[in-house]
Ligand binder design. Structure first.
Ligand SMILES: O=C(O)CCC(=O)C(=O)O
Ligand SMILES: [Fe+2]
Length: 292
């Protein structure tokens, strides 16, 4: 971004009232040694693959035409048969939908994730709606325990042509270098009654305006992921992103969204909760043990 566009963005903010809670009030920059290699201040740039370079520079990796139709087809068939616009409502439907698991754990995709994070990733959340979540600007990592520190990734698999009016996935390239929102700091800004399991929802009243303000201040242009079946976008746990409001609320947006954490960076998740598919890829199974 040029000096002038940054200056223009700053000037355009002068007439606006800053939000009551600032982005800096609930974010911080973690020390290098806690972060994945590609997030550190200094890396051996010459040794990076094109995928690693894209991740380091933009906070996303876009893989066009990456998943063959025969790999997406079984999931599309069960998802169509479900017939619900909102998809499965639980967080881990992959536990009982093998076709979803096979897609989310597609080995070449898992290899790409390992290429950018540096460790084996394990699946723990799938969003299966065929409409936008309409979740406004945020990072994802603050919903994790603080020690996860960006050893995290989420992916957006397009299962059809994604139309600009359907409320596409939107993001701010390079925002993965902004300070990291911290769950603990956010909870401390809530009232006592709000500090319950719904804290992420209550806190949106101040986290969203603060994030929007930060985005305007940065002057960085919003990008949309307009995709075709088999295209995938990988995004960083610190990347600012949102599910846009659809211009046409009746238009479908067929995708599978999946979230993963590094297996090695979740020592709190007992082995009894980890299952492996036939390729050895790990997914978390909730509620199967009383071990933790
Ligand atoms: O609806 C979308 O595309 C955004 C989803 C999202 O924010 C997430 O899965 O973390
Ligand atoms: Fe998100």
């Amino acid at each position: 971004m040029s000096f002038f566009s940054k200056l223009r963005a700053r000037l355009s903010m002068l007439g606006q009232k800053p939000p009551a809670v600032a982005f800096a009030d609930f974010s911080e920059t973690p020390p290098d040694e806690l972060l994945p290699y590609l997030d550190r201040s200094v890396v051996d740039e010459a040794s990076l693959t094109p995928t690693q370079r894209e991740w380091r520079e933009t906070g996303v990796v876009i893989l066009r035409n990456f998943i063959p139709d025969e790999v997406t087809a079984p999931y599309i068939a069960v998802r169509e048969a479900l017939g619900e616009e909102a998809g499965w409502l639980e967080c881990a439907p992959y536990m009982h939908v093998e076709e979803m698991r096979d897609l989310a754990l597609y080995p070449p995709l898992m290899a790409k994730m390992k290429e950018v994070i540096g460790e084996d990733m394990m699946l723990h959340l799938c969003l299966t709606g065929w409409i936008s979540t309409k979740r406004e600007w945020h990072q994802d990592d603050y919903l994790n325990p603080d020690f996860v520190n960006c050893w995290y990734i989420a992916i957006w698999i397009a299962l059809d042509d994604i139309h600009p009016d359907s409320g596409p996935f939107e993001y701010i390239p390079g925002s993965h270098r902004w300070p990291l929102m911290r769950g603990e700091k956010i909870r401390a800004l809530l009232t006592e009654e709000e500090q319950d399991m719904h804290w992420p929802k209550w806190s949106e009243r101040f986290t969203t305006p603060a994030a929007v303000h930060e985005i305007k201040k940065s002057g960085v242009k919003v990008k949309q992921f307009l995709a075709k079946r088999g295209d995938v976008l990988l995004w960083h746990g610190r990347l600012m992103h949102q599910g846009a409001k659809p211009n046409d609320p009746n238009m479908e947006r067929r995708s599978l969204i999946a979230h993963y954490s590094s297996s090695a960076h979740r020592p709190d998740i007992h082995e009894d909760y980890r299952a492996r598919d036939e390729n050895g890829q790990i997914y978390i199974v909730f509620g199967v043990s009383t071990a933790i």
